[in-house]
Design a protein around this ligand. Sequence first.
Ligand SMILES: Nc1ncnc2c1ncn2[C@@H]1O[C@H](COP(=O)(O)OP(=O)(O)O)[C@@H](O)[C@H]1O
Ligand SMILES: [Mg+2]
Length: 587
Amino acid sequence: MNPLKRFLVESKNQWGWLILLIVALIGASIFEVSAPIFLGNIVDAIVQGLTNGQDMSIIMSSVDSIILILIALYAGHALCTYFGEYMMASIAASMVLTLRNRMSKHLYTLPIGYFHNHQRGDILSRLTSDLDAIEETVQEGVPGIISSIIGIVGAIAMMLWISPLLGTSIIGIVLLGMACLAWTSKRARRVYLRNQEALGEFNSGVEEIVIGKSVIQAFSLETTTTDNVTELNATLFKRMRSASFMSQLIYPLVSFLNQISYVIVAIQGGIMVLRGSISIGDIQAFFLYVTQVSDPISRSSYIITKFQETAAALGRIYEVIDAPSEVDDGTITLSATTTTSHKGTIHFDHVDFGYSESNVFMKDLNIHIPGGSMAAIVGPTGAGKSTLVNLIMRFYEVLGGRITIDGVDIRDLSRESLHKEIGMVLQDAWIFTGTIADNIGYGKPNATREEIEYVAKLAMADHFIRTLPQGYDTVLKQGGDDLSQGQRQLITIARAFLADPKILILDEATANVDTRTEVEVQKAMNTLLQGRTSIVIAHRLSTIKNADFLLVVENGTIVETGTHQELMDLGGHYKELYENYAAGMSV
Ligand SMILES: Nc1ncnc2c1ncn2[C@@H]1O[C@H](COP(=O)(O)OP(=O)(O)O)[C@@H](O)[C@H]1O
Ligand SMILES: [Mg+2]
């Protein structure tokens, strides 16, 4: 469906107001269209009075009442226009508010994969500049287009009523103007679509600079990155220029046709006056009607390009809104159904998976992780270690087979239950803007300060937190740049303690930790693992030697399993990995 049509259909709750708006605008147009007739009457009365040699004061008193009517008409027009605009502002705001809410709510329901495939800058520009463009159009464009249509139809009807002959000539010119309009607006739609795309790309480019500034500088990549953005900017400039060129083209065209109409009225009308088939007052009215027709035509060219722009913006917003949500049709809550046998046993049962159907790089995978045990996943970068845990979290759906926790297919679990079951500590500690206490408490809404301090002690974070000037109330900026990586990681460990999940996943959790806090982080993690099923992914193989068993992954398949000792004795992939690692450690 055309995005504009869809937007109108989905804004049903505003239809009542829209109808009221149309009524107000029709009122305004009726007042506007009837005024020239009375103006013509005044001119005729004066001309007639003068030809009859009447005194000026007598002539004026005969048109008194007409002047009053005119004032009333113009006042009525102003009043209706004011109400129309007033209503439109609130209609536009609430229509866009609804759309913005729908879009931002929907973003929460999208699967993680969506964010891997879409750039943040692009999503942001849809939420901001696209929505702004829509609001502006609805607010200015909708009343503009309605009053244009009514105005044109009204003025044409009046012209035909006064003089069908002269009216027909003018209609010919009007049709020509309409054709020009249709032609430019068709081109403008394409130009605007490309314009918005360029804007999204430019935003993404700028975002990369903002986020990666330190890396860019460290690698002296300023020139490359700047060149890239300059190029995006140049493209944006070109697109914007052709967009505004398209919208500027119509004004001179319409005003040219307008002037032609004046000439026609002057010549054809003049002849008709001489022949006595039309009065001078009527000719004067005609001039005003010509303006009343051509004004909306040149205005609606602008409005139509605005609508094209809006259709493009709406299309991009609907693309997000229509992206399929993450399925969450599981109903089982683990602790409620399996109270006694609930241990956190994880089972991969003939699992097939690939990030795209064409590249299934995990085939017939079978893994059994008994409840309460510690499993370590090792393997080279890109082997699929993180993918395994993404699957347990159901960030992606398996393509074949199933994954169970305590015998229940994870697809039958509600997402909430699944995510409550599993805690995750990743390589990059995620810190949001808020106090340290808020950041720890994130794992359990309405946790008390005592609980927060208790888990901070378990996570060995209490000490450093107390050395901060505001202690637990220290406000961290998003990203937590004012803490060391290790300290940030201790906070996420405390968060995991508080959430107290049955299963714990550590994916390279110590990879970025500075040596200063490394020992503490390691100790804290060991405490955290106790009494839970855990899956640990680590490059530092020394940290996982004590695991109950290791899974060696290569190219999406498990190539070896066993304890550290068993695998060393086996003398295969693991032994090689370990020896490489140990050699790296000793230098
Ligand atoms: N979101 C994703 N979309 C597409 N491919 C991905 C995605 N994440 C990882 N991959 C690919 O899947 C493979 C395994 O990646 P990953 O599980 O992250 O490896 P590891 O954690 O072992 O380093 C790699 O080839 C990687 O490029
Ligand atoms: Mg990984």
